[in-house]
Design a protein around this ligand. Structure first.
Ligand code: SF4
Length: 478
């Protein structure tokens, strides 16, 4: 291998690129400052705030992938204060705090440190400022060359969790056993919560409430659950033998998501809205006490396919099908090869066609050229591992049906992996030292990681303070 000093191309690149950077008036970029911060390429003993206080960085935080401040959960000590956990925002200039509207954005209320390149006039009530301009470990152009290919999503090795080393020392069989036990805890906890709820509202209503929760995805879990609790499905809609359109009108009306104005631009949508209102008009007064305010729904960062209006439309078809629950029960007792589990449940949950929602993401979106499914494989997996399997399992336990219990457990542990998410991405890097999503082939392995995050990471901080998990793993090895 040639050393950097002997490599003509490397020297040529360093010289030319550095010159280009320095000519570029957009240099440094915010992206580069973020990479410098993430890799802590700063003179850590010389960090001082604009007003002269010492800053100690115990952990730079985790790069945010979902908007809000650039780094979450950093551990920082400012002056004589005790170290604190909080967020870090990176901007080129300190004036960016106001200019970018962070001062009015509640997502930025936990920002401890505003890291900037250049200090300009700061605004009142802005967080403590730390300028990087004079505290870099190397010239900025040189850092740019070494960091340009570093992904902000890759956690630097030295910021991994304290459990990463002991987990890596476990042999494969021990690791699998540990993962399965954590996943089992998660599964049984969900089932136990369902049993407790069923004592008050019955098994069917419990299933509906949990299905609605899952349809809320992560943004709208609570309004969806609230809606299902208010509706008391098993005792109302389904006994009246209403069709999917009528149930849809009622769900949309009660959810508070029904627009009270026509679009005046989309004929098909306006026709649908008129018909929905014709039905909801007559019902509105009877449900006025349980109508949800629109403000309880979150739309920011929501994919169109996950919009709650579309999810309610899907649920209306399930509710209109009087055999829906018995089909789910029959599915649990049928012999199905592992490779067909997902497809077989998808078939039951699938809705062939909705006259409006198969053709639109929302009330305002244009009509699709081709109809789009109301449910994808990722959501079926989510519904299976979080709702349907735990619900079937706890009922089998209550009915002392051991054979069925074992079969459902088998399905849970064989279910193919779900869609990746930001919690799993970070947990894989902190706990297992890998960004590779493919190491998890089953949904239960992902569930296990979520459980460890909930039980341990959420009770500690980015430097794993007081976390007993590494010790437990070491003991587990014995
Ligand atoms: S908080 Fe605990 S479980 Fe989480 S990464 Fe750190 S040591 Fe591991």
């Amino acid at each position: 291998m040639t050393s950097q000093s002997e490599n003509f191309y490397a020297r040529w690149r360093a010289k030319n690129c550095a010159a280009n950077f320095l000519r570029d008036e957009n240099f440094p970029t915010e992206r580069l400052l973020q990479a410098i911060w993430q890799h802590q390429r700063v003179l850590r003993n010389e960090l001082k705030t604009a007003d002269g206080k010492t800053v100690r960085i115990f952990h730079p935080g985790f790069a945010s992938v979902e908007g809000g401040p650039d780094f979450r959960n950093a551990v920082i000590q400012i002056g004589d204060d005790a170290p604190k956990s909080g967020d870090v925002e990176i901007d080129l200039q300190s004036s960016g705090w106001r200019a970018h509207g962070h001062d009015k954005n509640p997502n930025f209320k936990n920002v401890l440190l505003h890291v900037v390149w250049e200090e300009t006039k700061s605004s009142a009530n802005a967080p403590t400022i730390l300028s990087l301009q004079n505290v870099l470990v190397a010239p900025i152009a040189e850092l740019s060359l070494s960091l340009e290919n570093e992904s902000l999503r890759a956690l630097p090795e030295h910021f991994r969790g304290k459990c990463c080393a002991p987990l890596r020392e476990l042999d494969e069989a021990k690791t699998i056993e540990l993962l399965q036990q954590a996943a089992r805890v998660r599964f049984e906890n969900k089932a136990a919560q369902m049993r407790a709820r069923a004592k008050n509202v019955g098994w069917e209503q419990t299933l509906w409430e949990n299905l609605f929760r899952a349809l809320g995805y992560k943004h709208n879990v609570w309004p969806m659950q609230n809606l299902a609790e208010q509706m008391q499905f098993s005792a109302s809609l389904r006994l009246r033998g209403e069709n999917a359109f009528e149930i849809q009108a009622r769900l949309l009306g009660i959810s508070g998501l029904l627009p009270d104005q026509l679009t005046r631009a989309q004929k098909f949508t306006d026709n649908y809205l008129r018909r929905i209102w014709d039905f909801w008009w007559r019902e509105r007064d009877g449900f006025s006490e349980i109508v949800l305010p629109r403000a309880v729904w979150k739309f920011h960062g929501l994919r169109p396919a996950n919009h709650p209006q579309r999810r309610l439309a899907l649920a209306s078809h399930w509710l209109a099908n009087e055999n829906f629950i018995s089909k789910v029960e029959t599915w649990s007792a049928k012999e199905i090869p592992d490779r067909k589990l997902l497809a077989s449940l998808h078939e039951i949950l699938n809705v062939e066609r909705d006259e409006f929602w198969s053709w639109h993401w929302t009330f305002n979106s244009a009509r699709f050229k081709e109809p789009q499914p109301l449910l994808g494989d990722a959501r079926v997996t989510d519904l299976a591992v979080n709702v349907i399997l735990p619900w079937l399992w706890i009922r089998a336990c209550e009915g002392k049906n051991e054979k069925l219990q074992r079969e459902i457990e088998h399905r849970f542990f064989s279910w193919p992996a779900a869609e990746d998410n930001s919690i799993l991405k970070l947990a894989r890097q902190r706990l297992l030292g890998t960004a590779n999503a493919k190491i998890f082939k089953t949904a239960s392995a992902q569930q296990c990681l979520m459980q460890i995050v909930r039980d341990f990471c959420e009770h500690s901080n980015a430097v794993c303070e007081h976390c007993p998990f590494p010790e437990l793993v070491r003991d587990w090895k014995m």
